[in-house]
Design a protein around this ligand. Structure first.
Ligand SMILES: C[S@@+](CC[C@H](N)C(=O)[O-])C[C@H]1O[C@@H](n2cnc3c(N)ncnc32)[C@H](O)[C@@H]1O
Length: 186
């Protein structure tokens, strides 16, 4: 795991886009947030400042244990963590979440499942991995990205087209804040 995925009490490795957006959203104090996968808490402690409760899931119990340890160190108790393979299972709290944070994890099927499972009006922050290294093999093509974005109101969007080899259908690294407008079919 890279250094920037370590717990960051000063939020210096947390995205400015996410930080700035959260600052403008006063109504979130009574809302529920999901951080998936949460890693060892880079974003979860920031999210906990802004939401009534944050549910974090990750496949690694070791990372979740780090979050649990820091909860008592920093006296932050509005976080619940549970181990979950998000590519296989959907967290039970997802359908009632008001905000979903998906940071530095990308899997097209997973993202689609999240889109179908969340309620209309729920907001989602997605920050994919960058084009760096071999990441572009996992990132979405333009067609996949358009399919994902349909049905969302776009609050914020920026992208970077990966300049990778000779792939005809280039992949795209992106950061977006979206609001679900309509219910799709499962
Ligand atoms: C690059 S880290 C990002 C963590 C955090 N969202 C962040 O921005 O710091 C990717 C995380 O995905 C988790 N992960 C990988 N595959 C997973 C899966 N199938 N289900 C749940 N978590 C998974 C890893 O354990 C790791 O914590």
């Amino acid at each position: 795991m890279l250094k920037e995925h370590y717990f960051d009490p000063n939020y210096q490795y947390t995205s400015k886009i996410l930080k700035n957006y959260l600052k403008t959203q006063e109504g979130f104090k009574k809302k529920i947030c999901m951080d998936m996968p949460s890693g060892n808490g880079r974003n979860i402690f920031l999210l906990a400042l802004h939401f009534e409760h944050v549910y974090g899931v990750d496949i690694s119990q070791k990372y979740l244990d780090e979050i649990e340890n820091y909860k008592s160190v920093y006296q932050v108790f509005n976080i619940t963590t549970s181990i979950l393979d998000v590519t296989k299972n959907t967290p039970i709290t997802l359908s009632s979440a008001d905000f979903i944070c998906i940071s530095h994890f990308y899997d097209f099927t997973f993202l689609h499942k999240v889109k179908l499972s969340i309620k209309v009006g729920a907001k989602i922050y997605v920050e994919t991995p960058s084009c760096r290294g071999g990441n572009y093999f996992e990132l979405p093509s333009k067609t996949e990205l358009e399919a994902f974005l349909s049905g969302f109101k776009i609050i914020f969007y920026k992208n970077n087209v990966c300049n990778s080899d000779n792939r005809l259908n280039k992949s795209i690294s992106f950061t977006a804040i979206l609001e679900k407008k309509i219910n799709g079919s499962k």
